[in-house]
Design a protein around this ligand. Structure first.
Ligand code: ZN
Ligand code: ZN
Ligand code: ZN
Length: 274
C-alpha cells in the first residue's frame, strides 16, 4: 500500500491566505504547504487507488503530486475542507464511486452519504455508496472500516484501511477530539501508519474560548476546544493504539514557527509504503 499525504493542513491551510505570521512566512521560505486534508492510498497489487476526503485543493494537489486519479473515494464528514473538492469530479471521471457512513446525524437529519447525494446530485459521474460503521467493506482490493469519532456537532468517522493480502494497515483518526469511543480505538489499533489530527499544541488551549478537554495526569489537554486533538492528544492516541509510525496531520498555522515543522508533523507530499 502506498500512502501519499496530499493535504495535511486544517481548514485554512498553511500558508493561510493573507497571513504573514512567522509560521506562514517560514512555510513560504521552506517551500512547503499544508493544503486542506486529503490522503491518496494506492494498492500496488491491483493498481487501483482510493482517495480519502475531497479537499478544496484537489486540483492543485493532483497537479503537484505524481499520483493517479482515484478509482474510488471515501468521505469522513461533511465539513468544507473534507468534502467540497468533490465538484472536481466533473469531466475528470466517467464513474466515481464514493463511500460514506449511513447513520443519520441528528445535527443535519441526514447521513454523510445522504448529504453527499443531495449536494452532488447534479454530478452524474458520482455514485454514493452508504456504509454501516464498524462493518468492513472492500474497495480497490482493500478492506475499509469506518469508525465513529468525536467531532461535535457533526458525525465524523475515522478509518482503518487494511490490505487483506499483506496485512498492512493504515489508520486515520478523522477530525476528532481525544474522546474517541473505545470500540473505535480497538478498530484503529496496531496500525503500520497512523495519521492523527493534531491541530495545535496543547499550550494554545488557553486561547480557545472553551479551553481544552481530556486532560492527562499532568493536566495537559489532549483536546483543543471540543472538535480536535492537540499535538499531545495525537501523540497519546498514537501510544494508545501502538502505532508503528505516526504523522500528525490537519495542523494549523497557529503552531509557533519553531514547532510547526518539527517531527512528527506532516507536510504535503510525504509518501509512505506500508
Ligand atoms: Zn499564518
Ligand atoms: Zn471537521
Ligand atoms: Zn477538517
Amino acid at each position: 500500500m502506498q500512502v501519499t499525504l496530499l493535504g495535511t493542513g486544517d481548514t485554512t491551510g498553511t500558508p493561510t491566505v493573507g497571513c504573514d505570521c512567522d509560521t506562514c512566512v517560514e512555510a513560504r521560505r521552506r517551500g512547503v504547504e499544508r493544503t486542506r486534508f486529503s490522503v491518496h492510498v494506492e494498492n500496488e497489487r491491483t493498481g487501483e487507488s482510493l482517495l480519502v476526503d475531497f479537499s478544496p485543493d484537489f486540483r492543485h494537489q493532483f497537479l503537484t503530486q505524481s499520483v493517479p486519479l482515484p478509482d474510488a473515494g471515501i468521505v469522513s464528514h461533511i465539513h468544507f475542507d473534507h468534502l467540497d473538492g468533490l465538484g472536481n469530479a466533473y469531466r475528470l471521471f466517467d464513474d466515481l464511486p464514493v463511500y460514506a457512513a449511513n447513520e443519520t446525524d441528528p445535527a443535519t437529519s441526514e447521513s454523510v452519504a445522504g448529504t453527499i447525494e443531495r449536494k452532488y446530485d447534479y454530478l452524474d459521474q458520482v455514485s454514493v455508496h452508504p456504509q454501516t460503521p464498524f462493518e468492513p467493506f472492500e474497495v480497490c482490493g482493500l478492506e475499509v472500516t469506518l469508525v465513529p469519532v468525536d467531532h461535535p456537532p457533526l458525525l465524523c468517522y475515522g478509518l482503518a484501511i487494511e490490505d487483506p493480502k499483506t496485512g498492512a494497515k493504515l489508520s486515520l483518526s478523522g477530525d476528532t477530539s481525544y474522546g474517541l469511543p473505545d470500540r473505535s480505538r480497538e478498530e484503529l489499533a496496531d496500525p503500520d501508519l497512523l495519521l492523527a489530527d493534531g491541530i495545535v499544541p496543547a499550550a494554545l488551549c488557553e486561547h480557545h474560548p472553551l479551553g481544552g478537554k481530556h486532560h492527562d495526569d499532568d493536566g495537559v489537554p489532549r483536546t483543543f476546544g471540543t472538535k480536535h486533538m492537540t499535538r499531545e492528544g495525537a501523540l497519546a492516541l498514537a501510544a494508545d493504539l501502538s502505532a508503528s509510525e505516526t504523522r500528525i496531520v490537519h495542523t494549523a498555522h497557529f503552531y509557533p514557527a519553531e514547532e510547526a515543522f518539527a517531527e512528527p508533523l506532516a507536510v504535503d507530499g510525504e509518501r509512505y509504503t506500508i
